[in-house]
Design a protein around this ligand. Sequence first.
Ligand SMILES: [Mn+2]
Length: 270
Amino acid sequence: MIGPLRFLGLNTPFEEARVALLGVPLERTVSYRGGPAQAPTAIRSASDSIELYSRIFGRDLAQIGVCDLGDVDSHLPMEEMLRLEEREVGRVLREGKGIVVLGGEHTVALPAIRAAAGIGAIQVVALDAHTDLREEYGGERIAHATVLRRASEVAQRLVIVGARSFFGAEAGEPVFAEPAELVTRLDPEIPVWLTLDLDALDPSVCPGVTNPEPGGLSYGATIEIFRSLMRFPVVGMDLVELAPPFDPSGVSAITAAKLVLEAVAAFWGR
Ligand SMILES: [Mn+2]
């Protein structure tokens, strides 16, 4: 018999796992083209093609122990989904475990960052083609295009890498960094939350996203950012904005799954 779809097929009990994974298939404030609600399932399905061992970081995810907690119910109102996510992420973090949130639209980063900030000071590293720094979007203060503005209000620091789509007013803000500058912009004493919008990667690497933008990070450059963050205490990450309907080859979902594997090996494999 085969049980429910799980990331990498792993089913480490929560008590024994070093890392927990939570899907939040939220898709309510999407502006261009849809699909993120399907992303957690697509990433779990794609992970079936991936081996558990990270050659890059020399760690085996079966030994690290990953517990797939399943998804927040996507039929609930948005506020209820975000509230349940914040509670669940807080529960995992208070157990001293790493947490990976699979979006969903980028909005799902906010409850997770709030949960982390509710436990202690946090600094946020965002990989994103777009600045997501609007004060409000479509009359809403909580939306995919405002998420990093809201995150900056609860975090000690915010550093954005990979931005190349500006709406103008925010271009002079000091939050933007080149990949090589990232570590110099962070406080080594403060835990890090990584929010990874897949559109930070170049569309040639990861075309199946909601808002593709040319001129992005390579896969290797993204891995090097993970490597540079290994010197910081990373408490959690989210990976957002995969759009399976625009990923006919399936390569974007596999890229997403592989990035989660490498991030878990880098941040929680020691
Ligand atoms: Mn974004």
